[in-house]
Design a protein around this ligand. Structure first.
Ligand code: AMP
Length: 404
């Protein structure tokens, strides 16, 4: 429940206070240091604006890239200043360090209508180590600490955990939105709850599947990873030389299906598949029922119309959806067909107020962008690893520390 967590509503009067905001400004950048996607900057803006409206002096900190130490200019946060200024419509003063004298001076010299952006936290190895002394140095200039980097919440880095404990603290509006969506989807869902899990390999999604079968009412397994489950269910025609099958995972797949049964979780596997002799866009292809999968030479690249229909019917019966992983090789047309068709149906149900839809993790965001529905789901998490760990049922240290 959200009431468990400290939000910005719990911070009291912020007028004249220095608020340090741990954001995620780890944006993609081209070789000329131009930001190629400002989504992470844009999503931080509401929290910054609200803090400024409340009269706080905002000092923003973040990690950026994978620096090899201090002074690695390629990974300097200074490159994002123009985009941050544009998104905020305010002046951003950059300080080329995140701790020490320079920061203290800059905070003292701050005007009310500007924000301070400090240099990359990961220029100090202490950040990743979760070092308490580094956290103390970091918050020296701050009266209050706001953590808004949900995407880093699965890591117990200094700015995500130790720093939070040093000052009166709360989650920012972006983290609040993420946590609300994920709680609504998995911890406290309106049932029936359905999960769609696709993607390539069972082995990378074991924790996810094991958690989901205990929580959801229906679990759709699709994509390459479904082949292992199909093989485990006795569909012998799938040829592991041509299609993704993890033979060493067959027993695991059987165990997952048994756990599902014990927990009254209905598993939905493909009914028909789209097959091709080549792995390339627009390759010649056909749709076949499972018993007609040719023994040799054909790869399974997507699921067919019967499967799409079945998944969409299951969605009609449910109130909440969590989705991770594409249903087929969505990067190559037309093998994005099933992903697109099911995504469109989920978006339609969401728009009609019949479904709360949450998706995220790995390639899922690009698969749903490709389907043209990324803004039509109730919530799409761009948090990657943190989203997946939440779906796996793990506690995220950067969220736990914000409990009341
Ligand atoms: P993941 O990162 O595990 O979610 O996997 C995403 C990848 O799974 C995408 O690159 C898809 O192309 C791939 N994928 C989905 N379905 C299949 C399939 N039937 N055969 C091979 N790869 C697939």
């Amino acid at each position: 429940m959200m009431t468990e967590y400290k939000t910005m509503d719990d911070l009291g009067d912020l007028h004249g206070k220095v608020v340090m905001l741990r954001a995620d400004l780890n944006v993609p950048m081209d070789e000329n240091f131009h930001v190629t996607n400002t989504a992470r900057i844009d999503r931080t803006v509401p929290t910054i604006k609200e803090l400024m409206q409340k009269g706080a002096k905002v000092v923003v900190i973040s990690h950026f890239g994978r620096p090899e130490g201090k002074g690695d200019m390629k990974n300097s946060l200074s490159h994002i200043v123009p985009d941050l200024e544009k998104a905020l419509g305010k002046k951003v003063v950059f300080v080329d360090d995140c701790i020490g004298e320079k920061v203290e001076q800059a905070v003292k010299a701050m005007n009310n209508d500007e924000i301070l952006l400090l240099e990359n936290l990961r220029f100090y190895n202490e950040e990743k180590k979760g070092d308490e002394n580094f956290a103390k140095e970091l918050v020296k200039v701050a009266d209050v600490y706001v953590s808004d980097a949900f995407s880093t919440a699965h890591r117990a880095h200094a700015s995500m955990v130790a720093a939070v404990k040093e000052r009166p603290s709360a989650m920012g509006r972006l983290m609040e939105e993420e946590v609300k969506a994920l709680e609504g989807a998995l911890s406290n869902p309106t049932r029936p709850l359905i999960a769609i899990v696709g993607g390539s390999k069972v082995s990378t999604k074991l924790d996810l599947l094991n958690n989901l079968v205990k929580k959801v009412d229906k679990l759709v397994i699709s994509g390459g990873m479904a082949h292992t489950f199909m093989k485990a269910s006795g569909i012998d025609t799938i040829n592991e030389a041509n299609s993704l099958v993890q033979m060493d995972m067959i027993d695991t797949a059987k165990e997952i299906m048994a756990t599902a049964k014990a927990n009254n979780c209905e598993i939905v596997l493909p009914k028909d598949v789209v097959i091709s002799k080549e792995f390339k866009p627009h390759a010649e292809h056909k749709t076949v029922d499972l018993e007609h999968i040719p023994a040799e030479g054909w790869s399974l690249l997507d699921v067919g119309e019967k499967t799409i229909k079945e998944i969409n019917n299951k969605l009609d019966e449910c109130k909440t959806l969590v989705w991770n992983g594409p249903l087929g090789v969505f990067e190559m047309k037309p093998f994005d067909n099933a992903t697109n068709a099911v995504a469109a149906h989920a978006a339609e149900l969401t728009a009609a107020g019949k479904l709360m839809s949450v998706a995220g993790g790995g390639d899922t965001v690009s698969a749903l962008e490709n389907a043209g529905v990324a803004d039509k789901f109730s919530y799409i998490s761009t948090a990657g690893g943190a989203f997946l760990e939440w779906m796996e049922g793990k506690e995220l240290p950067g969220v736990v520390v914000l409990k009341k």
